[in-house]
Write a protein that binds this ligand. Sequence first.
Ligand SMILES: [Zn+2]
Length: 58
Amino acid sequence: MTVDKTCVGSGKPWTVDIAGKPICPRCRRSLSTVAGKGKTVTNTPKVPRHDRPGRYQR
Ligand SMILES: [Zn+2]
């Protein structure tokens, strides 16, 4: 099996959590965590490439 550290959510559209905040559809980290501070869905319409969290397997 390939060990790919890139989160599967990379390049996908954002999903939103129960509070309506944009999050990665895979790891569920928030936009500010994944994309960085100051980013918004408007200027970052797709989830940027980012590493998968270390111990998160599902
Ligand atoms: Zn992710």
